[in-house]
Design a protein around this ligand. Structure first.
Ligand SMILES: [Zn+2]
Ligand SMILES: [Zn+2]
Length: 373
């Protein structure tokens, strides 16, 4: 069938995306779903730094690729196997790593590190290895098993988590990436204990979701660090006791916390910031890193503190999440008013504005921008 999708042909390092318009919105072909796959009508999709990292080349991916991975859709058709767990009309949130359920990581209880899912994401295919998108007979790769800046998508059933019918699409979409990653970094990877103090570096969608997760999980007190005043003000409204720009010293931050933080979450994706996060944590503290740095970045600090101060530096992919377990939990917290995900929304616009929206994301002035095809 013919669908509308958003295709990246070549990377664009630091262009003004309003002018260079690296993304083309085009009609391309979508093949029917395989046995394990679902055909979805996409309701809404959010712009994420992982999309930007493909556009600017920080995360090299096979091109052309149809972008977009943080999304919610409705099942229009289910393949033979997928039909055993999904019905036509089901609403699903997409997680950005399909979890095969059979590889060593999956059966060891670490499905967020699924090796088959990572391989298919890297190759730009669905979990089955298939590519269902094409333009004039030439394959167009899938982004993170989703390719959701589109009217429709075919996804593996293991990329989809069923959600209730009544959640507004622009909010539901956010559960698939920003919320899963940010809240999971604090609760799953960071193993927050109620009453612990937390510092969050970076207040993009993931950083703000981490802040909400910390508050919902009983952290006390919580502070945030970000260069943009508007984002710091939002952090204070969400329950942070203080918010600092990037010039704040460790002593200033610690004074607001009543001591060095138990848990520090770094969401910026720059090695220098991770270094600061590491030194800020208390003796025996945990430092969770979620931001995706460039491949060439290297960390520069004395590893002595790892041993002598008993600190733990922990990487967090997808918030160490089990999407089918965690998305329903986070939806319950949202319903109870304890995870105000709607505060992440910067805008909801038609797909046609996507290059301008990526310019804003690149400039850091937007949090979560939602598009609808
Ligand atoms: Zn994302
Ligand atoms: Zn697996």
């Amino acid at each position: 069938m013919k669908i509308t999708a958003t295709v990246l042909e070549t990377t664009d390092r630091d262009g003004d995306y309003r002018k260079t318009a690296p993304l083309r919105i085009v009609e391309i072909d979508l093949a029917p779903p395989g046995p394990d796959e679902l055909l979805l009508k996409i309701e809404a999709a959010g712009l994420c730094h992982s999309d930007l990292s493909v556009i600017n080349g920080d995360r090299p991916r096979p091109l052309p690729m149809a972008l977009g991975h943080e999304a919610v859709g409705t099942v229009l058709e289910a393949g033979r196997v997928a039909a055993q767990s999904f019905e036509i009309g089901d609403r699903v949130v997409l997680s950005f790593l399909p979890q095969c359920g059979e590889c060593e990581r999956c059966i060891s209880g670490e499905p967020y590190l699924c090796s088959r899912g990572a391989a298919s994401n890297g190759a730009g295919t669905l979990l089955s290895g298939a590519v269902r998108l094409s333009e004039d007979g030439h394959p167009v790769h899938h982004h993170l098993g989703a390719s959701a800046f589109a009217s429709h998508a075919v996804v593996d059933r293991r990329s989809a988590v069923r959600i209730p019918a009544d959640i507004p699409a622009e909010i539901a979409a956010l559960f698939g990436c920003a919320v899963l990653t940010g809240v999971g970094a604090v609760l799953n990877t960071g193993k927050l204990v109620a009453g612990e103090s937390v510092a969050i570096y970076g207040l993009g969608g993931v950083g703000l979701a981490a802040l909400m997760g910390a508050i919902a999980g009983g952290a006390q007190p919580v502070v945030a660090i970000d260069p943009l005043l508007e984002k710091r003000e939002l952090a204070l409204e969400l329950g942070a006791v203080a918010a600092f720009d990037t010039t704040a010293s460790h002593d200033e931050i610690s004074r607001a916390l009543g001591g060095r933080p138990d848990l520090v979450v770094e969401t910026v994706g720059r090695a220098a910031v991770l270094g600061q996060a590491f030194t800020l944590a208390r003796i025996g503290g945990r430092i969770v890193t979620v931001g995706l740095p460039r491949e060439a970045d290297t960390l520069d600090f004395s590893p002595l503190a790892l041993v002598a101060e008993g600190k733990s530096l922990i990487g967090s992919y997808m918030g160490s999440s089990v999407p089918a377990r965690d998305i329903p939990r986070y939806i319950k917290l949202w319903r109870a008013g304890r995870l105000p995900v709607e505060r992440l929304l910067s805008s909801v616009t038609p797909l046609g504005e996507i290059n301008t929206l990526f310019a804003r994301l690149h400039e850091g002035t937007a949090i979560r921008q939602i598009v609808k095809a």
